[in-house]
Design a protein around this ligand. Structure first.
Ligand code: PMP
Length: 437
């Protein structure tokens, strides 16, 4: 069994090392010493190529809100695949999914489909620039918004690089200076600090990008005061307010903005709206979304994509979202509350130095007891990272797969008893780690 070397996963990793730099084609799919290769998933469980089941708390990083191979999504996709998987012309499903999503996102008039959250954020940044004619995008220190140069600035700032007040720090080696200069970094939930930074760059500011519950800032929500300040400043300065709800759209029937408020000009969504297939979308106010309008000639912000609004993602997304009625969100909230309860109990029972945060069906375990208010207080020292990895490893040996960060994303098909078993396993692994210390 993993992590021994006598597994099919190990053999596959040996082959993968020959074809992929570092032995993997996806950064977050890597586990030390080697990743577990999966053969199938069903409901809340995945099975590896060696025949071992795991209770899956990652759900492909928050995208499978109904777990694996949900029968209704499988049926919708199977029917669609037999009729053709992608065309140069549109299919009815893109209009149907668009109507469903806009009916929930109250402040949005129009929507545009893309293929990932990264693309959605990238195009939202483009839209803000096209709408304002300005170059600069403001984002929160440490917040993740996908694999795009501007969106990644200051993603992994650390005490050696982050400075007194947040400054632009490159994430990927070789990031052009111009990208750093055009990305303004804001402190999370610090109304005065963020307001001062925005005002200082008023004449260059195209938009403000904010995840209402950034996981890297501790998975705590933006305060109503912070969101209100961003709205006021964007109005005052003529900038575009962009909510990144790629993950947080799962927090309620109307997304995080329905739970925590806020009135964005644009919202990026992805993950759950594709029912397990690649997807991204930007929804927003008609006047800003008009930058994509080609009907009077070349649009201010052209946006296309070979697989954008492909019918497989559209029908899967529609099936996924139709099942997410208000009762389903209430159910997810109850499961999330229960998960956080069993984690707190495990921490108490084991003496593990840690705490848990989270919203709705998401949780995040922290390897420290600092008061978490922003990226800097949530930031983990290398030894703390190591403890979380050890926790992930210990849990894998107990048949539970959670992210190496200690995060989990629960699906509607998760049983309360699975969460109880998870809690018991967690208490055991935490106790072992505490003893080792
Ligand atoms: N924004 C946020 C807040 C995200 O968490 C992610 C992905 N985890 C993205 C954007 C990028 O989405 P994708 O991985 O679909 O490109």
């Amino acid at each position: 069994m993993w992590p021994d070397q006598n597994t099919q996963s190990y053999a596959l990793t040996e082959r993968a090392r020959r074809v992929f730099a570092g032995g993997s084609t996806r950064l977050l799919a890597w586990l030390d010493p080697y990743p577990i290769y999966l053969s199938r998933g069903e409901g809340a469980y995945v099975h590896d190529v060696d025949g071992n089941p795991y209770f899956d708390l990652t759900n492909n990083f928050a995208s499978l809100i109904h777990g694996h191979a949900h029968p209704r999504i499988v049926a919708a996709v199977t029917e669609r695949v037999a009729l053709g998987t992608c065309f140069t012309l549109p299919t009815p499903a893109d209009v149907e999914l668009a109507e469903l999503l806009l009916q929930r996102l109250e402040g949005a008039d129009k929507i545009r489909f893309l293929n990932s959250g990264t693309e959605a954020v990238m195009m939202a940044i483009r839209a803000a620039r096209a709408y304002t004619g300005r170059p600069m995008i403001a984002k929160v220190e440490g917040a993740y918004h996908g694999m795009y140069d501007h969106a990644e600035i200051s993603l992994d700032s650390n005490p050696d690089t982050w400075g007194q007040t947040p400054k632009s720090v490159s994430y990927s080696h070789g990031t052009p200076e111009a990208v750093l200069a055009d990305t303004l970094i804001l402190p999370f939930n610090d109304v005065e600090g963020a307001e001062a930074a925005l005002k200082e760059h008023a004449d260059r500011l195209a938009g403000v990008l904010i995840d209402p519950v950034p996981a890297t800032c501790g998975m705590i929500p933006a305060t109503p005061e912070y969101l209100a300040m961003l709205r006021r400043l964007c109005d005052e300065l003529g900038a575009v307010l962009i909510f990144d709800e790629v993950v947080s759209f799962r927090y309620g029937y109307q997304g995080a903005q329905g739970v925590f408020g806020g009135d964005p000009d644009l919202t990026t969504i992805a993950k759950i709206i594709g029912g397990g297939f690649p997807v991204g979308a930007i929804a927003g106010k008609a006047e800003v979304m008009a930058v994509f309008d080609h009907s009077h000639g070349k649009p201010l912000a052209p946006a296309s994509g070979t697989f954008s609004a492909n019918p497989v993602s559209m029908v899967a997304g529609k099936a996924s979202m139709e099942m997410l009625d208000p009762e389903a969100f209430a159910h997810l909230q109850r499961l999330g509350d229960h998960a956080r309860d069993v984690i707190e109990q495990a921490i108490r029972d084991s003496g593990f130095v840690g705490q848990v945060t989270g919203v709705g069906s998401n949780f995040l375990i922290h390897p420290h007891v600092r008061h978490i208010t922003d990226y800097r207080s949530a930031w983990r020292a290398p030894a703390e990272h190591k403890r979380m990895k050890a926790l992930q490893h210990g849990m894998l040996k107990q048949g539970v797969f959670m992210a190496g960060t200690g995060s989990g994303f629960i699906s509607t098909v998760t049983a309360t008893k699975d969460l109880d078993h998870f809690g018991a396993a967690l208490a055991k692994v935490m106790a072992d780690l505490t003893r080792l210390h």
